[in-house]
Design a protein around this ligand. Sequence first.
Ligand code: AMP
Ligand code: ZN
Length: 474
Amino acid sequence: MTLKLYNTYSRKVEELVPSNPDGVIRMYCCGPTVYNFAHIGNLRTYVFEDVLRKTIKRAGFALKHAMNITDVGHLTSDADEGDDKMVLAAEKEHKSVMDIARYYEDTFFKHTKALNIDRPDVVCRATEHVQDMIKFVEKLEEKGFAYFSNGNVYFDTAKFPAYGALSGQRRDDLRHGARVEEDENKRNSSDFVLWFTVSKFKNQILQWDTKWGRGYPGWHIECSTMSVKHLGEHLDIHCGGVDHIAVHHENEIAQSEAYLGHKWCECWMHGEFLQMKNDEKMSKSKGNFITLDTLIEKGYQPEAYRYLCLTSHYRSPLVFSYENLDASASALKNLYAKYLELKDAEKVSATDEQKALLAKYLEQFDGFLFDDLKTPQALALVWTVLKDKNLPAELKLEFLNSADKVLSLGLEKAQKEEKTEVVLSDDVKAKLEERKLARQNKDWAKSDAIRDELAAQGIIVKDLPGNAYEVIKQ
Ligand code: AMP
Ligand code: ZN
């Protein structure tokens, strides 16, 4: 089966064909700016990229996946205006820029792990690649794509005729309507800074010496530099959120292709936004963002949020509400219950017809994923399979285990949770034994009284068939 993905550049769904002779798919994803917590909107994009990563492998490709950590140079606006986000955060929190960066980077990986998102093969920090960036900018200057103007080095977008092709805008239109005053040092309004030595704004804490003077890199240059360094000259897939299309990714294409002298990336993929109910964009700068910890504090399992992400296609906006999250949490709970039930079911040997039915379902599941990651359909199929009376428990379980390699809803955790022993005091244990005896003797009044007494202590006893019981601590 072929894997087809939507390419923002061509505006078409295209078959994934490796562009390097070794057949390894090279994928680069724009990573987090670590000046604050990633919000659940950012995490939606990383869930999409994780599904993509796992689907590529499921389709039989070898994969090398790299992601950057922006720990310098991302200004408060995606264009070149504003202050460095890291510096602002450091000032606000009275910590060093590096302390801030490492703290939020660690938290980012804690959150992605909780969502069962695999760590990319290469995680590269901008601050550890500044010398590479300087060399990259020097080469752009040598090739005539960059110019020095009043202290800063700019990319000359007029030298790159394809500028604007990704977002479908003409170069001249790209920066019209900008919110802030134009930088008079630019030759063209869509030009952007590759290296700052002079900033109209506050001095940056992190600075490096170069032939242009002491300064710091523009934000866009890090992705081109690190991608070429870690993944080579021919990239198969580049991902990010839709907000990156118009400025950041246009700039990345211009820099990389000017530097390499040939086409750089085959397929551009973008995740749509997670929106708040009132149509608002969830953004760090607006301060209206919800983190994964907020959801955990409210009692949601991280996988409930992953489930919610999977209910909508990555190219459709997803509106966040607690009602939607509740629906996903309850579906996840039912899925876990089904999974545990199937695990406990009696094993019977499957007929050839039943095996063929399983194969058909697995093929359908792959068919949805391989058709531009249709996760809502894949998820719906899971429930169809679970309801199918013609498929025995063992084969349903096989289907679920296979599906969860990509959906990653933590079915294994459901298994572990059931096995987790509730720690009970000797007193409570004695009461439980007393109740068991009362039930054996059909002394319902006594057994009910003990159950109520335990419930008052937050210990819930759930009776199961055959005089067995389950204890839940609240
Ligand atoms: P940042 O840390 O702001 O550079 O963003 C990290 C990733 O999250 C990028 O790929 C962004 O495009 C993406 N992103 C930002 N806001 C949202 C949102 N509300 N919903 C989905 N993805 C987002
Ligand atoms: Zn990037």
